[in-house]
Design a protein around this ligand. Sequence first.
Ligand SMILES: Cc1cc2nc3c(=O)[nH]c(=O)nc-3n(C[C@H](O)[C@H](O)[C@H](O)COP(=O)(O)OP(=O)(O)OC[C@H]3O[C@@H](n4cnc5c(N)ncnc54)[C@H](O)[C@@H]3O)c2cc1C
Length: 457
Amino acid sequence: MEIYDGIIVGAGTSGSYLGRRLAEKGFKILIIDKLPKEEIGNKYDIVHIQKRDFDRFKLPEPEEGDDYAFEFSATAAYSAFGNHPKRGSNPTVGLRLHRYTLRLNRWAEAAGAEIKYGAAFKDFIFEDGMIKGIIYSEAGEERKAYGKIVADCSGIPSVARRRLPEGYGVENFEIGPDEMFYVILRYVRYLDEKDYLNGSRSWVYYKTWEAPQLDSKGAILGIGANLGYEHAERIFKEFTKRIALPRHELERVEKGRTPYRRPPYSFVADNFLVTGDAACLTKPHAGEGITSSMVQIDIAVKCITKLLKSNKPLSKENLWPINKEYVVVQGRAYAAMLATLIGAVSTSPEENEFFFEHDVIFNAKSFAAMAEDKELRYSLPEMLRMASVLIRGVLRGKVRFKTLRSLIRAMKNGSRISKHYGKYPCEQERFPAWARKSDRLWERAGSMAAALKEMTK
Ligand SMILES: Cc1cc2nc3c(=O)[nH]c(=O)nc-3n(C[C@H](O)[C@H](O)[C@H](O)COP(=O)(O)OP(=O)(O)OC[C@H]3O[C@@H](n4cnc5c(N)ncnc54)[C@H](O)[C@@H]3O)c2cc1C
């Protein structure tokens, strides 16, 4: 019989990181992935990780000629017509995802975790109504593995979370087509030396960006959209009509999806944890999810370690502190950001230009908060200045009243959700009432896809 302390479904960045952290505490860990080793993490080529996160999460460094691609610091965000840049500095490392995921796999194995490639999760083993392990298939055979905890790190398909019976403790929703961010990356080669990159530029109005790639004469021209790839292509066309890009040749195109919805209200149930994309832990302002998931994983590892070392059951009740601490450390800020962004989309390019020009909404402070993953909070004098600029904008016909109303609503939604997440219950008894109120608040905030559909009617 295969018996482990922990079983992890998925050997992507989240599964490898969780596996490493638990294995180095001395626990017996199995990680399974349905893919063969050659295909692990090959969903697209280049990812960005902020340089400070290597220290924060004590991650292995990438190596030149293997998984390391480039570094940059300078950032600049431009208005819809390409003006009024808000400049910043955010030291960032570019990595090759497939190779770096394999590095993380080896790093987990070096601490003692066992990885099985080509091994696909099929179902849970339940005993006395509680998860006791998993059934998985490997080389055409069905196998069983028993563990004190099963962690779902299977990404968007959320294969284990979605198999949970209704009412087991973690929501088993599917991350639907309207709940994702569709990213298209164009790898291009610039034709004029003067255009070679030493930083990145973005145009928030179109959700487009230009960033370095492996070839120092090239760039990645990226776009993300909530209504699908076709919608992203349409916006990209609009973008290239208004913004003059450097002369370039297209080398190749990559596409991928990342979750864009609120995470489940609870990440834990009896002998169960969900993390990574399967738990929708992506940054609401960027769609990135590698290190934002590690924030929750560190919290989970601390709690699981304590329970395993003291031979206590990994019950929902005992794992509950993971939920509370995550909300305090990151979840509250992300929830507020998500709710605010949903309501703040309905602006015209001219209004976006006005905001950039007058340093409201899109100002250095908001971009710095996003870069640092912090909730944006304005002081009273800052709020008053913004309000007076916006009112002047309405009076001069530069900002529609409808836009002002929707911005105020967005900020209210963000602040209500922030306050409510601030009251995340420490005890499970108060959780059902908290979740019911959350449902009402999220319903009021709506979804990004619904807001965009309304706008494009
Ligand atoms: C184009 C694009 C660019 C991005 N850029 C960045 C970036 O620059 N920085 C950043 O932080 N994030 C970025 N992201 C987001 C980031 O890729 C994800 O948040 C991250 O990869 C999620 O990791 P994960 O381990 O949770 O899930 P995944 O990487 O999806 O890994 C899940 C693993 O589970 C396995 N699996 C699935 N089903 C089963 C099963 N039945 N049995 C066993 N195994 C299974 C899969 O094979 C896979 O290996 C980007 C996303 C896209 C689409």
